[in-house]
Every structure is written in structure tokens, then in C-alpha cells.
Design a binder for this molecule. Structure first.
Ligand SMILES: Cc1cc2nc3c(=O)[nH]c(=O)nc-3n(C[C@H](O)[C@H](O)[C@H](O)COP(=O)(O)OP(=O)(O)OC[C@H]3O[C@@H](n4cnc5c(N)ncnc54)[C@H](O)[C@@H]3O)c2cc1C
Length: 339
């Protein structure tokens, strides 16, 4: 395995932003990974794991350590009671994997079609879209612990999945490197078309009994309007999480914003669409400071229209967050990992 020096990270992120990595390597198997970790220990530098770079904002200062880009491949299907266990290498492209499951008639991932990134990146923030989350079909994960050099499996419970969250984002699990993810998919599952946009799309196309492929295509087409074209512009998708607040707090806000939408989020809690706060309440849709901007079709999405820096994107995100706080008192968290 080759360890390169001074590699620009811009080309390894969908934001198309980022300085240089002092050291950089592509990891295709466990041996490569062990070698990479040993190298970082020897050189006394930190490591940063990257998958598809679709959920990170990396500073122009770059990373003064070793960036390990995960390219572990392989998909295996194993018959199991009531369905199929699918073991997938962390470096597989997420959407190509989803397409393969749909092609084979395995249910459960079609609503998560079109999300960029790798299979290994998916459990980190428990990716979700159109009424589905990765945790719904997740079985287990195999991880490498650079502190001990050990490889072990973790169950769904141990991964502590929550809304855009898992143990891999917290102190106890941040250092673990995902090698393989196992999903449990059904052969005769049910399609979930209850999400507003999907339902509307299918009604407009007069599709009353959609196939799995039609749901996948619907999701891909709906998504194409919500995000800028990744081939032309930089983005990491939704920059912010939807805030979850106390129901009483929400009810007070209805005095000022009677049309404020909400969704149940557990006992006494509601989830507020952050897009509504940024767009309708704060008017950020389409706002642009130089090349850092808010996408005109979706106020959650920040865009690098050309030469925006990480600092400019972050400044815009902070400005948006502060305005929401000032107008509603709601604190919004970033979904993107700022490095
Ligand atoms: C246009 C667009 C649309 C998007 N839509 C959605 C959406 O609908 N729903 C959604 O949830 N997300 C969405 N995202 C965000 C992103 O695609 C997902 O979070 C994706 O799963 C990130 O995977 P990645 O491989 O690119 O991770 P990276 O961006 O490379 O890394 C993200 C984090 O995960 C860690 N990581 C990555 N791989 C591993 C590994 N093997 N082991 C341990 N840690 C690892 C990294 O260190 C980093 O902290 C979107 C992004 C874009 C650009």
C-alpha cells in the first residue's frame, strides 16, 4: 500500500473544498488498514477516515496527519430465515449497492436511493430519507479498533442509532473504523410510499401499485430537484439537522408562526423541519455570499458555487443558525462533519 504526501482533499469531497492531507492512502483490505494505522502511530500523527467525502467540510488548512480513504469492496448474499443477510464492504458505493438490492428484489433500501457516499459512511449518521433510515434494515457491523488492533462485530443495539446519529459520532465510538456492514433485507417486503413527496409523485404519474423500481426511480427524480448537480457544484446535502424540541415550546411558537409544521418525535417532543425555519421564517433560500450560497430549491442545502472556502460556508451556516435562534429560540445542529 502506497502512502502519498501532500494530497489535495478537495477532489475527495463532494463540497469540492479542502486543503492538503500531509499523508494519504487508499485502503483496500484489512492488511492495508493495519499498515496505515501502524504508520500513523510511528509518525505520531492523527488519522482521519474518509469514505465518499459527502458529509464533510474540510478546512483549507487541510489535515496534518494521515487520511485513510476506505475502499474495501465486496457484496455477499446469505439466505436467512425470513430474508437475506447482505454483507457489504465499507468502501462500496452506497447507491450502486442499493440499485443491486432493488435489481434482486430485496426490500428495504429503495427509499434510500440516490444518497452519495459509501456503505461504511451510512451507519455513521444513520442516513435517512423519505421515511426510511439505515437502522431499519441494519443487522450488524464489523469494525477495526486502532487502539487495540482488534476486529469485532457490533450489534444494532450497540451502535446506538438515533436521528442522524450513532455511537460512531461520539467519544466511545469515534475512533472505530467500519470494515463491513450487514443488512437484513426481505424478499417479500412492503414498500413505504407514505412520505408526502413520494405519494404526490406517484399520484401525479397515476402509479397506483408501484414496483420497487418505480419507488427507487421516484425517489431519485424527487432528489434531483432538491440538490444541485454534484458534477457541477459542491455540496454535502443537508447541512443542518431538523431540531427536536419540547411540545410546549412548539405550542408557544405557534402564536408567532401559526403554520409552523411539526412531526411527532417521541413522548412530549416534536421535530421541526429546519428547511421551514430557514426559508419561510428567515428567508435564506437562494441567499449567496460570494460563492457560498443556500440552494434555491431547498434551504437546508449549502452550495459551493465555485471557489467558496470552508470558512465562508461555515460563516454562512453560523449566520443562518444565529438568525433561527434569534427569531424562534431554537438551536440548530450541523449535520455535516466540520473538520
Ligand atoms: C447531494 C447530497 C445528498 C445527501 N442526502 C442525504 C440524505 O438524504 N440523507 C442522509 O442521511 N445523508 C445525505 N447526505 C449525506 C451523506 O451522503 C451521507 O451522510 C453519507 O452516508 C456519507 O458517506 P461518506 O462515505 O461520503 O462519508 P464521509 O463524508 O467520507 O464521512 C462522513 C463521516 O463518517 C466517517 N466515516 C466514513 N466512512 C467511515 C468508515 N468506514 N468507518 C468509520 N467512519 C467512517 C468519517 O470519518 C466522517 O466523520 C447527502 C449528501 C449529499 C452530497
Amino acid at each position: 500500500m502506497k502512502i502519498e504526501e501532500n494530497i489535495s482533499l478537495k477532489e475527495h469531497t463532494t463540497f469540492k473544498i479542502g486543503g492538503k492531507a500531509r499523508y494519504f492512502c487508499l485502503v483496500q483490505n484489512e492488511k492495508d488498514l493495519k499498515e496505515a494505522v501502524a504508520f500513523a502511530k510511528r509518525e505520531k500523527v492523527p488519522t482521519l477516515v474518509l469514505g465518499g467525502g459527502s458529509n464533510v467540510l474540510i478546512s483549507e488548512k487541510g489535515f496534518d496527519g494521515l487520511v485513510v480513504k476506505i475502499e474495501l469492496k465486496g457484496i455477499e448474499f446469505e439466505e436467512a430465515r425470513g430474508g437475506v443477510l447482505v454483507h457489504v464492504g465499507a468502501g462500496e458505493n452506497w447507491d450502486s449497492f442499493v440499485a443491486e438490492t432493488v435489481r434482486r428484489g430485496l426490500f428495504g433500501l429503495e427509499n434510500l436511493s440516490g444518497i452519495p457516499g459509501t456503505v461504511g459512511g451510512a451507519p455513521v449518521q444513520n442516513i435517512g430519507a423519505y421515511g426510511a433510515e439505515v437502522k431499519d434494515v441494519f443487522d450488524s457491523v464489523e469494525v477495526f479498533d486502532p487502539l487495540t488492533g482488534g476486529i469485532f462485530a457490533m450489534t444494532k443495539k450497540e451502535c446506538e442509532f438515533a436521528y442522524r446519529d450513532s455511537i460512531f459520532k461520539h467519544e466511545e465510538g469515534k475512533h472505530l473504523i467500519i470494515l463491513r456492514v450487514t443488512f437484513f433485507l426481505k424478499e417479500n417486503g412492503e414498500l413505504n410510499t407514505s412520505y408526502k413527496d413520494v405519494k404526490k409523485y406517484l399520484e401525479e404519474k397515476k402509479i397506483t401499485e408501484p414496483t420497487q423500481e418505480e419507488v427507487r426511480n421516484a425517489v431519485i427524480e424527487i432528489r434531483s430537484k432538491k440538490f444541485p448537480d454534484l458534477k457541477k457544484f459542491g455540496t454535502a446535502g443537508s447541512f443542518f439537522k431538523n431540531p427536536i424540541i419540547q411540545r410546549e415550546e412548539f405550542e408557544k411558537l405557534l402564536n408567532d408562526y401559526p403554520k409552523l409544521p411539526s412531526f411527532p418525535a417521541g413522548e412530549g417532543l416534536v421535530k421541526i423541519p429546519a428547511g421551514y425555519l430557514f426559508d419561510v421564517i428567515c428567508g435564506f433560500k437562494g441567499v449567496r455570499h460570494g460563492d457560498a450560497g443556500v440552494f434555491e430549491n431547498q434551504a437546508l442545502v449549502l452550495v459551493n458555487w465555485g471557489k467558496a472556502t470552508a470558512e465562508e460556508i461555515k460563516k454562512l451556516a453560523e449566520e443562518m443558525r444565529a438568525k433561527v435562534k434569534e427569531k424562534t429560540g431554537i438551536e440548530i445542529e450541523f449535520e455535516v462533519n466540520i473538520l
